[in-house]
Design a binder for this molecule. Structure first.
Ligand SMILES: CC(C)(COP(=O)(O)OP(=O)(O)OC[C@H]1O[C@@H](n2cnc3c(N)ncnc32)[C@H](O)[C@@H]1OP(=O)(O)O)[C@@H](O)C(=O)NCCC(=O)NCCS
Length: 212
């Protein structure tokens, strides 16, 4: 079967609402702009949030004010716990997926709504990325991996083929996960860890090899 260039990717509709105005929002805003989208503004409970201080875009209100909005939006908070709490109380149904133009997404991969894929990230064949997940700068998701919703694959992490990561999990900076491994939901993989065996729900592991 001939493959079309990235036919599965969502069309980036504009203008986008950024939910959060900190460091991760800055990265998402730049990627969205490079991908050709416009930003309507951001919502953050902190009126002096980074995006406002840097003059990147306008603060439209606190996160509670998102309730009255209809435009496409993306959750822009890196912390997995905060994401989980916000996802439970905000309407994320009109979700915008932002893919940095320097990311590679296989045409056979499936990317959910509200996902952010950072510069240099690689999503290989038949991988599936759940809604509102983050695949951050330079992360590599090998073939047939399944990434749960709201999971954050931090910069420089490498997941071997057929790895499964549950929802709401953090795979920390530069961690490696051996092929075929299963990581549960709500888990935390420490920065630099090498995961060589399955990790349960809500577990925290770190080190080489990773242990709790
Ligand atoms: C593993 C982790 C979750 C532990 O957090 P924590 O429970 O708050 O741990 P602490 O900072 O209290 O450190 C506890 C011990 O673990 C060690 N430790 C902390 N992180 C470690 C890591 N990634 N690998 C190995 N050891 C680590 C500390 O040195 C300390 O050791 P000590 O008791 O001998 O002094 C955290 O350090 C981590 O790596 N988080 C990932 C962060 C990340 O990558 N975020 C993505 C940003 S985009």
């Amino acid at each position: 079967m001939p493959l079309q260039p990235q036919p599965n990717l969502p069309i980036l509709t504009s203008p986008i609402l950024l939910l959060g105005g900190g460091g991760h929002a800055l990265v998402v805003a730049e990627a969205a702009a490079l991908a050709g989208a416009t930003i309507a503004g951001f919502f953050d409970d902190d009126a002096g949030a980074l995006l406002a201080r840097l003059g990147v875009c306008t603060r439209l209100g606190s996160l509670a004010d998102v309730a009255g909005m209809t435009g496409p939006r993306i959750l822009c908070i890196g912390d997995v716990g905060a994401r989980r709490r916000l996802a439970a109380r905000l309407d994320l149904s009109n979700a915008a997926t932002v893919i940095h133009p320097r990311a590679f997404v296989s045409p056979s991969a499936i990317v959910g709504g509200g996902v952010f894929i950072g510069p240099g990230a690689v999503i290989h064949a038949k991988a599936r990325i759940g809604d509102h997940a983050i695949v951050n700068s330079g992360a590599i998701i090998e073939h047939e991996c399944v990434i749960g919703s709201n999971t954050h694959i931090a910069p420089g992490s490498v997941l071997g083929g057929n790895v499964s990561v549950g929802p709401g999990t953090l795979v920390g900076l530069g961690a490696s996960v051996l092929p075929g491994t299963t990581i549960g939901s709500g888990a935390t993989i420490g920065a630099g860890a090498v995961v060589v065996r399955d990790v349960g729900d809500n577990a925290t592991v770190k080190g080489v090899p990773a242990t709790s």
